[in-house]
Design a binder for this molecule. Sequence first.
Ligand code: CA
Length: 359
Amino acid sequence: MKRRKFLKTTVVGVSAGTIAAPAIVRAAQTFSWKMTTTWPPQLPFYQVGPGSAEGMAKNIEEMSDGRLKIKVYAAGELVPWNGGFDAVSAGTVEMNHGVAYYWAGKRFAAQYFGTVPFGMSYAGQTAWYYHGGGLELWNEVYEPFNLVAMPCGCTGVQMGGWFRKEMNSLKDFQGLKMRIPGLAGKVYGQIGVNVKLLGGGEIFPALERGVIDAAEWVGPYQDRRLGLHKAAKFYYTSDWHEPSTTSELIVNKAAYNKLPKDLQAIVQAAARDAHVTSYTWAEAYNADALEDLVKNYGVQTRQFPPDVINALRKVTYQTLEEEAKKDPMTRKVHDSFMAFKKKHDVWGNLSEAYFLSIR
Ligand code: CA
């Protein structure tokens, strides 16, 4: 009876004067959270497997010895694929796994935390988040939405896409029907492409039937999964539009603040773990899939002609500059990103880019 009373009072935190109390209080605090995602169920890299949403949730549960349990819901299971931002903001669910550029319609600045066309690859982009002020800006942009944000994955350099015909000049892009979403779609539209918005499941049938002439998705592993190599043979690299697409973990701020400091640290550590685990997973499995596509399916890799790349770069920078003019927060993020990139490009060209060219 005496012991029961002791437990009761310490659990609610009334009596804190004994040595045993903190341990008992801690053991009693468990959290059961929900995480929605923007991904279909069973999608490797994003939803399941090493570095994915489910992988990260499992790590958090293990690292916290079961004190923070997270049930993961794929797109449509709890909210639609693009409903996670509002659900976490409202506190309906505690977490969402997605990509920040999906929220660029709410605040354009979110684009910079997804990927920036002609921006930086994994090394530079990640350095900006962790050591160049990027992560602080990300959280500043999301401040009005009651969210804590952090990177939790990276595809590495994505591919330029699948084309039914070889592309030899800017002229070949006039009227080309291409599936490409977001900012890249906007830029392609300005060089004369007839941009089509199709969901993942619609791409293969449209490309196979010639409803579209070209499509981009992710990279060799994910593209092979959709069967795009069976609908088009020319696989373009020179990826300019998604050089380092970052997965995003958003957490409801009130829920995050209720976690003890060690569980907050575990969430942060699990996200960093997923960031490097997913990136290295993608590097390994893309290399494997590319070999298979070229050897066994006759896929031919190509680079976009220089005049195309030059036109796309010019339009991209113009578009980003126009968006930055419209909104002070976008201006702040844009200037931070570009200043970091300018400096890092010099270092990256001297170090990694040069090394890659001589090995
Ligand atoms: Ca893509």
